[in-house]
Write a protein that binds this ligand. Sequence first.
Ligand SMILES: Nc1ncnc2c1ncn2[C@@H]1O[C@H](COP(=O)(O)OP(=O)(O)OP(=O)(O)O)[C@@H](O)[C@H]1O
Ligand SMILES: [Mg+2]
Length: 457
Amino acid sequence: MEKILVVEDDEQLLEILVLFFQGKGYSARGVVTAEEALSLYEDFDIVISDIKLPGELNGIDLLERIKKISPEIPVILITAYASVQDAVKALKMGAEDYILKPFDLETLEIVVRKALESSSLRKEVEELRRELRAVYQGKKLVAKSPAMEKIMDLVRRIAPSDVNVLITGESGTGKSLLARVIHELSPRRKRKFVSINCAAIPESLLESELFGYEKGAFTGAASRKRGLFEVAREGTLFLDEISGMSLSMQAKLLTAIQDKRIRRIGGEEEIEVDVRIITATNQNIDEIVQRGEFREDLFYRLDVVRIELPPLRERRQDIPLLVQHFIEQFNEKHNKRILGIQKDALVALETYNWPGNIRELQNVVERAVVMETGPYITVQDLPDKIFHRRKTDSGLNMEEFLEMDGRFNLEEYLDDEMRKFLKTAVVKTKGDKKKAAELLGISYRSFRYYWKKLGLG
Ligand SMILES: Nc1ncnc2c1ncn2[C@@H]1O[C@H](COP(=O)(O)OP(=O)(O)OP(=O)(O)O)[C@@H](O)[C@H]1O
Ligand SMILES: [Mg+2]
């Protein structure tokens, strides 16, 4: 049922309007001042307001404030004077339409119906646009490695249900992206995905962000504000960096989740909230729970399904596809036409350790796309750090070697390693092989010998 808010100081007329719309099958409510309307309008699909009103604000002021905060809600103005100027001003400021007093009710209903239809059409268009943008802009999640394929299998199974999900993983592994993908794969995609970083916001603010407040709840609360639990209703609420949340805030969150109801700060009314909650952390949350710094009861509510995103160095098979994906993304952003990446540059990316995970790879590819003037990214486009490998990162460790069970060949392995060192040294010295030999601590003669033997030139 569509909800109409009528603002009219002539109480007799107000009652007639409300009863008329209710009789037509709408849900309608009437108020006599713009101030009252301001604290209510967010819950309505359309606002009909007289221009001349008794309070400090008139209908035009009301229109202006509504358009500033919720431009999607249509507003229809009623005026007693045939003032073309007022009407033009109203339309310019975003009024859907205006109607002159005296009017007949059937005409008003037609105007309202038209306004509601075009606003729902606009909403649909906006929704489609959002979906398209989601597909073409960065919301595509690359998952080719066995580890990621397994995760995506799980995601496809659990996304359509309402279970809460906890995502863990190092910084830059794609936790925020995955949270959004889960939302997009669920029936809740028609509603909002609302995300908040709990660590970035001071505790007092976090509470009012999540639960909202009533007008006058504290100094500075000049008008009512809805919290994110309400904004996300029937949608998904993503609580990022959950592990640093204070214990008192955790208690409030637990109550909200258990009761599926919240109360705005300073408010009496209990408001039902239907949200799916996805949380993320890059800390070791199990340990934090064990230390007693995170409530166990809350943790069990949040950790219904756990998804652990592995660091990029443990899913190097994703790197080629990620690189291609980011090349396309940044071609668009920087208006370039890079086709791909040269083999040795890709090898360098595949061997680097990626402490900053996918975000770091994304930055490296962006830089390369910007720098390269030819069709392919080359090793010259990559930052030096890609070639500085810490000793411990080099090659296999003994555990990995023992797991290879006869599939290992020492000579091939050493040749591979040597090839990497020779090539990297040559890249670093920009092709000066004598300097490369120095860098490697071998004679130029030896260098030439290995270079040939390893099929490098
Ligand atoms: N599998 C993927 N496919 C494509 N892009 C990805 C993938 N994973 C991450 N990205 C991109 O990498 C960047 C970093 O990912 P995201 O912000 O989701 O990481 P995060 O784990 O939330 O990091 P932090 O812990 O810092 O919040 C984003 O731009 C994201 O779009
Ligand atoms: Mg994140």
